[in-house]
Design a binder for this molecule. Structure first.
Ligand SMILES: *Cc1c(COP(=O)(O)O)cnc(C)c1O
Length: 399
């Protein structure tokens, strides 16, 4: 089908929930994707922090092929090996003791909310159910996750939201302290507000939040849906900050593009879930777990990819700081960790994103005026250089 026809049929048959660029992607390998018209792109969005190993990594593809020939799905009424193997790997490489599997980030948030409430019910006196989250956060689109999300633009039109959420300013420990009530059971945070414009929490704040939670018997839930799986140069972003959560959510990069989410917790917290308390038909399904196992194995192999992520992240950040000097009237800030990098502009970034797209570079705009770079962790210097050349040209044209 030609592009025009696909766009027409999409608007005819698919619900109108996405603002999309008018390109149809058909094939991907590593950092590259190709449009149906044959045009080649360098992908610095990577499925929004999903394709951490690049497109169609051979190890993931082969693992999927093998698993597809053996077993696609069994119900969680029975055991399947890939699920147990993946849970063991996640536990062995994190703070957690137990894993619950689901299919997306929003579902992982829902599972975390339910576990926090159940834990409070079984372990704390009084009816404690409130969860404090931060303004400008993003935790997903389902009603519970949407209620946790601290951005009105996502919530408008869907009220009433789920009760029991308080939103406070990010990276401000005093305001968080003042928001505690005798109903509070947990604090939920992104270490870096990714959708909110790549905003980093300070290490002191995160330490203080952990202490505050300990002192008040609150659970700390870290949403690592976007920052997890090596994105910040460590397998999980909390490893950068010398803290551990009680609950952590994962999704995006976990399956290299195959839908899978996970909610991890310590034994102390996880033991509040009993048979029948929570579940998912597809959660931990063999094909999704096979993709995640291959992803984790590849990611952890000799630490090469994590090391590359740190080096390329530093390289990208430094180069963007250079651009900021050159175009200081439009670029107001550059920040990030590993390969989650944001460039804040004094203008809307959509025209720049479109211009880059025309020149074969896929970058993304978040929070209206922040260019977000979340490329595969296998990105190389020469690819970053090429992207920067294009970006430089685009800035020169717009300024
Ligand atoms: C993307 C994202 C989610 C939601 O994940 P979905 O798979 O789209 O439901 C939740 N939290 C964070 C931090 C995210 O970046």
């Amino acid at each position: 089908m030609e592009v025009k026809k696909i766009l027409e049929e999409s608007s005819h048959y698919v619900m109108n929930t996405y603002k999309r660029s008018p390109i149809v992607l058909r094939k991907g390998r590593g950092m590259k994707v190709w449009g149906s018209d044959g045009k080649e792109y360098l992908d610095f969005v990577g499925g929004i922090a999903v394709n951490i190993l690049g497109h169609c990594h051979p190890k993931v593809v082969v693992a999927l092929q093998k698993q597809a020939q053996r077993l696609l799905h069994v119900s969680n009424l029975y055991y399947s090996e890939p699920q147990i193997k993946l849970a063991k790997m996640l536990v062995e490489h994190s703070f957690a003791d137990k894993v619950f599997f689901c299919n997306s980030g929003a579902e992982a948030t829902e599972a975390a909310i339910k576990l926090a409430r159940k834990y409070a019910k079984e372990n704390l006196s009084g009816h404690r159910f409130e969860i404090i989250t931060t303004l400008n956060s993003f935790h997903g689109r389902t009603m519970g996750a949407l209620s946790a999300t601290g951005q009105l633009k996502f919530q408008k039109g869907f009220e009433p939201l789920l009760p029991g959420f308080t939103h406070v300013e990010f990276d401000n420990i005093d305001i968080l302290k003042r928001a505690l009530t005798d109903k509070t059971c947990a604090v939920m945070l992104e270490l870096i507000q990714a959708e909110g414009g790549v905003k980093l929490a300070s290490p002191e704040y995160l330490k203080n939040v952990r202490e505050l939670c300990d002192k008040n018997k609150l659970l700390l839930i870290l949403d690592e849906v976007q920052t997890g799986m090596g994105r910040t140069g460590r397998l999980f972003a909390y490893e950068n900050y010398d803290i551990t959560p009680d609950i952590m959510t994962l999704a995006k990069g976990l399956g290299s593009g195959v839908p899978i989410g996970a909610m991890l917790a310590t034994d102390k917290v996880a033991s509040s879930f009993h048979p029948g308390d929570h579940g998912s038909t597809f959660g931990g399904n063999p094909i999704a777990c096979a993709a995640a196992i291959a992803t984790l194995e590849t990611l952890l192999e000799d630490g090469i990819i994590l090391d590359q992520c740190r080096r390329m992240g530093a390289y990208l950040l430094n180069a963007l700081h250079g651009l900021k000097k050159e175009y200081s009237n439009v670029i107001s800030d550059v920040r990030g960790k590993g390969l989650l990098v944001g460039m804040e502009l004094t203008m809307e970034c959509t025209p720049l994103v479109n211009s880059c797209l025309e020149q074969g570079i896929i970058i993304n705009c978040t929070a209206g005026n922040v260019l977000r770079f979340a490329p595969p962790l296998i990105v190389q210097e020469k690819e970053i250089d090429h992207m920067l050349d294009v970006l430089d040209n685009v800035f020169a044209r717009f300024v």
